[in-house]
Design a protein around this ligand. Sequence first.
Ligand SMILES: Cc1ncc(COP(=O)(O)O)c(C=O)c1O
Length: 433
Amino acid sequence: MLATQQVLPPSASVTADGNLSIGGCDLVALAEEFGTPLVIYDEHHLRATARAYVAAYSELGIDADVIYASKAYFGLGVLRILREEGLSIDVASGGELHAALTAGFAPEQIYLHGNNKSPHEILEAIQAGVGVIVVDGFDEISTIARAAAAHDRIQKVLIRVTPGVDPATHAAIATGQVDSKFGFSLAGDAQRGVAAIRDSAHLSLIGIHAHLGSQLFDLSIFGPTAEVLADFAREVGADDIDVVDLGGGLGVAYTRDHAPPTIEEFAQAQADALRSAFASRGLTVPRLLCEPGRSMVGRAGVTIYRVGGIKRIPGVRTYLSVDGGMSDLLRPMLYGAVYEPIVANRANDAASQTYRVVGKHCESGDILVAEAQLPEVQIGDVLCLPATGAYGVSMASNYNGQPRPAVVCVADGRARLITRRETYDDILGRDLV
Ligand SMILES: Cc1ncc(COP(=O)(O)O)c(C=O)c1O
């Protein structure tokens, strides 16, 4: 049992050589075979997490649907696995819609989100026949209605509202508060939005959506949220409010100090909140939708890097440079996210030094881990950052001309390349000279 087992997929173990292994695959061998930086997903853990979500709601006896928020990671290899596990999918752009369709999701399993869906994206979604569009603002109501009319369809929609609940999370990933670019405020806009949707012969309102924020540890916020939504449903007339989508948000452990709620606790908190708020107002309890992203794929993924430089500044600190950085893992720079790295080729060695783990990019802020406790590190060591499966490579860029990493899926001692490493020609391939 590793000290940091809870931030790694449950299959993580240490080989007789002292190397970290996941899904029966030695990470040092994977670094040799596929190069670094390399993102590795544990297939069994992805499947187990999807099943745990579906089971958690069904065991509560509530009518629910689990919708994977593909912004967390939309690589086709992982999308296919989650589709096979029977999940629906949330897409927030034309690109994610294309990925979902390519991965084989049935159009009716797709929910289109976005606070600024372009008319073209709306058209693509309607042409594809997506199940539900989540309406985020007044401007898009007529665009969706026109596109639906042009295709002789009645498009199902949810209205996204900001319930005015401030989640205890970083401001950059909080969305449920009134001061948000997402959704309709309940102080009049949402009511007018409902009226405008109901006025259209080509839109069918099926319910309400509210996503509070991400990396949530305090589930008590679903209580007041559901109360606000039930009041809103009663105010606008609950006849067509058959569905309430309480969004995603369940946090994951990035370090051994993090203790997020379980999937079962998350499902229970959402289900209890919804049942109590609607039943206590004499309203039929709607179907519950949830949209987990981070907690679906975060712990299943790790990233490995090769250490290429060590710079000791006496009395100041020691910098440890790896061959990736902000181009494959932006979260530490975006909102101070923390990670707890492991030297994969000496996974059993006790920490003896403090390092600042930095990337290779031309920014002093390219810091992956500000204070990492590690054994003595040498050039050529393989460094593993656990819990990078969500909002990691999905935010990758080509800054400094860095090719985006390869992605492999591991299970039962076999590694399958699911995304090849980008080439220099891939990076320049769109440039017209
Ligand atoms: C509308 C919506 N649903 C679901 C999610 C997924 O949240 P999480 O990854 O925290 O589960 C997000 C994340 O930003 C979101 O904006």
